[in-house]
Ligand binder design. Sequence first.
Ligand code: PEP
Length: 249
Amino acid sequence: VEARKFFVGGNWKCNGSVSQVNDLVSMLNQSTLTTDTEVVVCPSQVYVQGVKEKLRGDVSVGSQDVWTKGNGAFTGETSADMLKDMGVEWAVVGHSERRGKGEADAEVAAKAKYALDKGLKVIACCGEPLEAREAGTTNDFVFPQIKAYADVFSKEDWDNVVIAYEPIWAIGTGLTATPEQAQDTHADLRKYLGEIAGADVAENTRILYGGSATGATAGGLSAKPDIDGFLVGGASLKPEFADIVNCNG
Ligand code: PEP
């Protein structure tokens, strides 16, 4: 396995229409995307199948969330079994926009574990609110989120996991973390991962930054040693997504 290949995920969130999604897929299909970056896009569940059918093969499709269990009487949920059946390769878990609706660390970790057991790869999110950043307690907030994942992942599971560090104050606000702020937290997270999951897991696990990343800010962030890519919201709907994918050259 290539060590920490640069990774860029696009989280389309609850956006799009059939025609807008088709336009986005066409844009991606026509973009020059470096093969040095692993690229994943995460459409709304209703568009996953259409995107999967039309999107170029070197860009993977992910789900923005996944259920904790398999198929059954769980109205409104989407199982990892279904996603796998659809050819989806990745699932995001623990996005702050879902945690904000009441998903606790243990439920998020259970979603990740079930998805991994079914053969999906996982983008495991974490991130602190503004109050924690201002109080200097970012690590106290984020470490338990990471610990919850580590408590249920096996050593082998980590091969199929990327962490997305997404400070909540930076998501959708235009307030991108500075490269120094992001690097500091990424380095702390990697050190902590070493303590709870082992040195090899810490060394090999990609830690993405998420929070108002743009074509203009990606280069400075990606130059930092512990920033291994991005999870991108708003800018993933725009042509500059390709600039973020290509920013690490
Ligand atoms: C996200 O939702 O994961 C995200 C990083 O959003 P944005 O880039 O819009 O801040």
